[in-house]
Each structure stands twice: as structure tokens, then as C-alpha cells.
Design a protein around this ligand. Sequence first.
Ligand SMILES: [Zn+2]
Ligand SMILES: [Zn+2]
Length: 146
Amino acid sequence: MSVSSSQSSQQNIHGQCLCGKVKIKAAEVTLHAGACHCHYCRKWSGGPLFTLDAGTVVKLDGSCFVSSFNSSDWAERGFCNNCGTHLFYRLKQTGQYFVPVGLFDQLKDVVLDHQIFIEQKPDWYSLANQTTELTGSEVFALFAAE
Ligand SMILES: [Zn+2]
Ligand SMILES: [Zn+2]
């Protein structure tokens, strides 16, 4: 899904989990980060989940340390089974990966430009960044349109 107007991205991006057993390489990631406030992401992460759209060409080294959890009919969530680092949110139908921004050490010029499931954001925090805000149903409509 892309809710960004411009297309700035960076190629051949490397990242890794906290313990280093899993290394991730993405052919191309958008530099437009999104924050998801949905109940699932907040339960999974302990807070909003900040991700970058890493497309479908993602390579994970250390596959025996990669576990995934079937979080819905349409997506799974991957994590390192040694250190617990969250590795990806992947759409089953398209194979598209959304990778937590914190996995990548070398990224420059990341811009947080959208927040999704804004209606599920609790009142006790809010981000100061000026971003596009989408409700869950607006997000599903965008997916359906693509
Ligand atoms: Zn790990
Ligand atoms: Zn979410």
C-alpha cells in the first residue's frame, strides 16, 4: 500500500534483529514511514508500530530463527525466535513486507508521513508529526483499490 505522493526510496537496505541471528536485506524500501495504531500492533509492539514498505523482494538470513504468527486472514507477523525482535508484517495475498524502521541502521531521510487505524489510537499519546491520517476502513479501501 502506498499513501505517499512522492516515491523516494533507498535500495539494497540491510538490517538485523537485536541478537544478530536474523539479517534482513530489502531490494528497495520507501523512506515514507507509517505508524499503525491498531489494537494488534499495539499489543504486538507495546505501542504504535512504525514500519517502512519494503516491497516483495526481501531476503531473510538465519531462517531457522524466523518464526511467524498468523495474525489475521490477510497477514502474518514475523519475529526472531531467539531475541523476540519484530521482523515484518507481511500481506499474504501480495507478499508485501512492512518492516519495522528500527531494524535498519543505515537509513537516511526517513519521513513519517502517514498514520493508520487512527481511530484506534488511545488518548494517552499522540504524535506531533504532521502526517496523513487514515482510519482502518480507509486503509482497507486503499488495499481493495490496488
Ligand atoms: Zn534475534
Ligand atoms: Zn496495526
